[in-house]
Write a protein that binds this ligand. Structure first.
Ligand code: HPA
Length: 246
């Protein structure tokens, strides 16, 4: 069963036929909300809204460990994370869909590991390739089959938030090799790796990152969320429907 984590502007997928909801308690506390079970294109999926169903949980307060743990307890085979990002690279204009292949982590103070609750030997997971290669390939394939444009690769820079970045911070991230910027990619990705579940991100560019487009004086997140909503109905759901069939 595929798990979907929805981000800003990506509430329950429009093509998800809901069957039931499940409240899960975890050793790490409460997830962002109940798990929603249903079907996409006739295949079972489980969905969770990362920011809570009323979009009330800011990025730095999301219980990433509880979310990943709750999903893995449902014996999910893959996790697709939908995440809105600011575009830095020239080909990542608002509305673009990207499957990132690398991560830069600028977050701090977030619980980064599953291995500190209960008795665990010290564990250093390999994170050379932070996203699962097969799942990325399957997503790109699904996009090709549905003729939805999806950019293959790019470095996702994760900032702490909830404020947006300064123009200088984006210049630094760009110098570091960041192509897009979001606030929730970490530690979500590494926790999935620790849990041993293939994880990949479908990033929706919702705005130009701060200072990238000089004609954009400020970033209005309400406009950005609207871009995400349009991208979802204009491609993301199609990709997901195709993906679950593969
Ligand atoms: N910065 C950080 N996170 C984001 C942005 C941004 O510009 N857009 C959407 N998520």
């Amino acid at each position: 069963m595929l798990a979907l984590i929805g981000g800003t502007g990506a509430g329950q997928p429009a093509n998800l036929q809901i069957t039931n909801r499940l409240v899960v308690r975890t050793p790490y506390g409460d997830p962002s909300g109940a798990l929603t079970f249903g079907e996409v294109a006739g295949r079972p999926v489980v969905f969770i809204a990362r920011h809570g169903y009323g979009h009330t949980i800011p990025p730095h307060l999301i219980n990433y460990r509880a979310n990943i743990w709750a999903l893995t307890q449902q014996h999910v085979t893959h996790i697709v994370a939908i995440a809105s990002v600011g575009g830095i690279r020239a080909d990542m204009s608002p509305g673009t869909l990207v499957v990132p292949d690398q991560i830069l982590d600028y977050t701090w103070g977030r619980k980064q590991t599953m291995f500190e609750v209960g008795e665990h030997p010290v564990t250093h997971v390999d994170f050379t390739e932070p996203y699962n290669a097969e799942l990325r390939a399957a997503m790109l394939d699904a996009a090709q089959q549905t003729q939805v444009k999806l950019v293959d690769g790019g470095t996702y820079a994760c900032t702490q938030g909830p404020r947006l970045e300064t123009a200088a911070e984006i210049r630094r991230i760009q110098n570091d090799g960041g192509d897009m910027v979001g606030m929730t990619g970490m530690p979500e990705a590494v926790l999935a790796r620790e849990a041993g579940v293939p994880y990949a991100t479908l990033a929706v560019v919702s705005n130009w990152a701060a200072g990238v487009n000089t004609s954009q004086k400020r970033i209005v997140m309400e406009d950005a969320s609207e871009i995400v909503r349009q991208s979802l109905s204009g491609g993301v759901y199609e990709i997901l429907s195709q993906l679950v069939k593969q």
